[in-house]
Design a protein around this ligand. Structure first.
Ligand code: PGA
Length: 268
């Protein structure tokens, strides 16, 4: 069984005011209080609610991330937020290349690579998102699209950085649609992602590096389907949208992550 980190991350997208964020973050923090063998739990609010979430998870093991960031430290970039501004708040994770950023805000494989470099430089744990559209899947392009996205994200990234990078496979057709990707298929694509990483870094001669990268599945994850996903060997956690917006749905997802942590500890 794996020694990779298990991660349950909630991407709140453009939901939750400061007040709502405070309520949800404190409910999650209260829900994990005193629990052992927890997965890494990450709340990812919109920028304006980050500070509120951070204040309300203080003293708990819950981490807070950002949904995006610019790759420059400051400058004339109206509307952008820099890694320095995020780390100052106490943010420790950042989503990079979420498909909604790629679809609606002009994110490209090149800018994903810039953001990944900046996240590493500022010691933010990056969750790099990849995944195919429905058209690409129906044209048999899933593996080539995902491989290309992974290779482009990792361009010029040194092998040591693999120790902190997280990759999430989120098929675009499964996001917010209620159509979860079958667990076997998600596991297969994540296996392709791991093989791609191993291939990209084969010259460094350390096959453990790719083996240790946590890989998440995202797309319509709910309490009713997470266990099946988490039982697969390549699925180290979940990136969750809709079901992360209510503590009563998110806490069972954390429980499923905890079960995986306990199972892996019992097999060491
Ligand atoms: P969903 O979103 O769980 O609502 O499908 C996942 C995501 O976009 O990260």
């Amino acid at each position: 069984m794996t020694k990779r980190k298990t991660i349950i991350a909630g991407n709140w997208k453009m939901f939750k005011t400061r007040k709502e964020a405070a309520e949800l973050a404190s409910a999650v923090a209260a829900g994990v209080k005193g629990e052992k063998d927890l997965p890494e739990v990450v709340l990812i609010p919109p920028f304006t609610s980050i500070e509120s979430a951070i204040n309300n998870v203080k003293g708990s093991p819950v981490a807070v991330g950002a949904q995006n960031m610019d790759w420059r430290e400051n400058g004339a970039f109206t509307g952008e937020v820099s890694p320095v501004m995020l780390t100052e708040l106490g943010v420790t994770y950042v989503l990079i290349g979420h498909s909604e950023r790629r679809q609606f805000f002009g994110e490209t494989n090149g800018t994903v690579n810039n953001r990944l470099k900046a996240a590493l430089e500022h010691k933010l744990t990056p969750i790099v998102c990849v995944g195919e559209t429905l058209d690409e899947r129906e044209s048999g392009l899933t593996d080539s699209v995902v491989r290309r996205q992974v290779a482009a994200a990792l361009a010029d990234i040194p092998a040591e950085a693999l120790a902190v990078i997280v990759v999430a496979y989120e098929p675009v057709w499964a996001i917010g649609t209620g159509k979860v990707c079958e667990a076997d298929e998600a596991n297969r694509v994540l296996g392709q992602i791991r093989a791609t990483i191993a291939d990209l870094y084969k010259e460094c001669g350390n096959s453990e590096l790719a083996e240790n990268v946590p890989l998440l599945y995202g797309g319509s994850v709910k309490p009713s389907n997470i266990e099946e996903q988490m039982a697969k060997p390549e699925i180290d956690g979940a990136l969750v949208g809709g079901a992360s917006l209510k503590a009563e749905e998110f806490l069972p997802l954390i429980k499923a992550g905890q079960k995986r942590v306990k199972d892996s500890l019992s097999k060491v």
